[in-house]
Design a protein. Structure first.
Length: 376
């Protein structure tokens, strides 16, 4: 058998070599000629798995090591008898860490306490649920909007998008890109959405660039209809709108989910999926030697400090959004390179906080974030 693998997928080399001919290629070099005699493809979002790529090929199975799967033409795959799978939730904790850093950085720069704010979370799946827990732990008022879940579970814990537009100081989006249907999210944030905002909120997009209409959000930033915008995802990536980059508070090159943990999870889910489909017997395969940062212990002395600054220091010691923002502003034309060469980032669970003079209630919040605690 033959498996074609995107060469930017980490930790996967060696997994399939005992069972198959394995070809590693950049996503944009995965062509019809390459896949015509392949049995399986392991991919990321940059490879369009559609009729143009797949027609006439032997491909039976596609797995993407990502949460999103809008790069897979699922209708064509169904017609062609090609099965596919994605990696739901693989990098949810990584995006949660990104949102935590974004919120603390923005609030400190603008001198306000998150506990005084209401956040609207649009899309409450793997990522949105983690963000909701984080924000509740901080002490924020949390509004949840997720029409598919509301239809299935009932309205008790959800609010309408109109309520979020009216009441939220911050709105963060964690929806898939749906081009049509009752849950369409393409240009969900458009002129009409922005005109109906009540509080001039901070908006955050770490899901898909096309969920926001770039022209509309630029206009809202220029006129003050919103107080700010944090963008990890952009329309027309990697050729992003440079004017919009100038206007955002923080801009990053689609790396919210790029922790080493998230990447390892996506790879694990892809390898296990192929093993199950082709009966390879490695259904419990796990990546080895996932890199750690140089320093995994964070020393925090809470003496005469507010809880808020302790939580912020812990979060920003693991990931500081400003570093990625500066890198993109300096070299926006290197968008893909900044993603491809992304440095080691590990999630909260890889860190131990050496705590001194910190109240138990604050320690409990740090544990809820995911940190390990070592009291002094």
């Amino acid at each position: 058998m033959k498996i074609v693998i995107d060469d930017k997928i980490p930790y996967i080399r060696g997994a399939f070599e005992p069972f198959a001919e394995v070809v590693y290629l950049p996503g944009n070099k995965t062509t019809p000629d390459v896949v015509k005699d392949a049995d399986a493809i392991v991919t990321r979002t940059r490879t369009k798995c559609n009729r143009e790529l797949l027609e006439g090929s032997k491909v039976k199975f596609i797995t993407t090591a990502t949460i999103g799967y809008d790069h897979i033409d699922t209708e064509y795959c169904k017609q062609a008898g090609i099965e596919w799978t994605n990696a739901p939730g693989c990098n949810a904790e990584s995006v949660n860490q990104y949102i935590a850093s974004a919120l603390f950085s923005y609030s400190m720069k603008n001198r306000f306490d998150l506990k005084d704010k209401t956040i609207g979370i649009v899309g409450v799946g793997h990522v949105g649920s983690k963000v909701a827990r984080l924000c509740e732990t901080i002490g924020m008022k949390v509004l949840l909007n997720d029409p598919p879940r509301e239809r299935f579970e009932g309205p008790e814990q959800f609010v309408s998008l109109e309520t979020i537009q009216k009441e939220a100081d911050i709105i963060t989006f964690h929806v898939p890109l749906n081009l049509k249907g009752e849950d369409a999210t393409f240009h969900l944030v458009d002129e009409t959405f922005l005109q109906n905002l009540n509080k001039k909120p901070l908006l955050i997009n770490s899901c898909r660039g096309e969920v926001f209409d770039s022209a509309a959000i630029k206009n809202a930033l220029k006129t003050g209809a919103v107080s700010g915008f944090i963008a990890d995802c952009w329309e027309n990536e990697p050729e992003i709108d440079l004017e919009l980059l100038e206007l955002v508070d923080y801009g990053t090159p689609h790396i919210a989910g790029y922790s080493k943990d998230g990447k390892a999870n996506g790879t694990k889910m892809s390898v296990q999926a192929i093993s199950r489909f082709f009966n390879l017997g490695i259904d419990n395969w796990e990546p080895e030697n996932v890199e750690l940062p140089e320093k995994t212990t964070i020393e925090i002395d809470g003496n005469q400090r507010r809880e808020y600054s302790i939580l912020a220091e812990a979060v920003l010691s693991t990931y500081d959004i400003e570093t990625d923002d500066e890198a993109l502003r300096e070299n926006p034309h290197l968008f893909e390179k900044l993603r491809g060469d992304y440095p080691v980032r590990r999630e909260f669970g890889s860190y131990t906080i050496k705590a001194k003079n910190i109240e138990n209630e604050t320690l409990e919040k740090l544990i809820r974030f995911g940190f390990k605690i070592k009291p002094q």
